[in-house]
Design a protein around this ligand. Sequence first.
Ligand code: SF4
Ligand code: MG
Length: 281
Amino acid sequence: MTQTIINPTPKDYKSDVKPTWCPGCGDFGVLNATLRGLAGMKLAPDETVVVSGIGCSSRFPHFMRTFGFHSVHGRALPVAQGLKMSRPDLTVVAVGGDGDFFSIGAGHLVHAALRNIDITVVVMDNEIYGLTKGQTSPTSPHGHVTKSTPYGLMASQFNPIATALSLNVSFVARGYSAKPKDLAALIEQGIQHKGFAFIHALSPCPTFYHTFDAWDAAVTPISPEHNIQDRNQAMMLALNTEKQFTGVFFREERDTMDQAAQKLAERGNPFDVEQYIQRYA
Ligand code: SF4
Ligand code: MG
């Protein structure tokens, strides 16, 4: 039976498990924003599933009173997509970090974007591997010195928003964990969007890298003049290396995978075996 909450507050979506993150970790702000977002939408906790991979941020489902799935490193997206395909009635949110989504799980991001399955992804990006104590991740800047790159990172920096735009993701946004109200609004819009929604959440790891001060200076809200249907304009914002623009970069309504499957079914079987044999025999 659906567990409906009348007039829910963010607390109604919070479990009794105390977060194990370091004091000052940005992931607290993202958790706070997610709780607000779900409460804002009055989603039934037992019709909502939060799926994660492995990493500091992937502990997330334990701290929520929804259903949860703490899966395997880099594999939040296959689990989340399979879940949504088999239970389209559920709200599915996949969460994790930059290592999880842009390194070991990067291949899954490409195909999830192209399929446009109706799930929401929140990537907590701290530009470092926090759980394993501070090695470079795909979003670490070129030249960054860590224990794993004592002479500076030789690779170039992965750009999550530009990548999402080039993969034709149908909802692309960025928020900041220090602004949980704004991030909550983006999470709500992402869940409401029918299709694959990608939310890049800047989430500092003060233990091994950024402090909030470093990002406070760079974070800049996207102008209200920005046309969210203009992918080229969105790309210009994404490629700006001085500023970290926040807000909705791009949104497009297009068929989700189940809508496309529905249309296929309505047309009848499009694959004519006889014709195929005649043509290729
Ligand atoms: Fe957060 Fe960094 Fe601590 Fe992990 S190591 S809990 S990312 S502050
Ligand atoms: Mg990380």
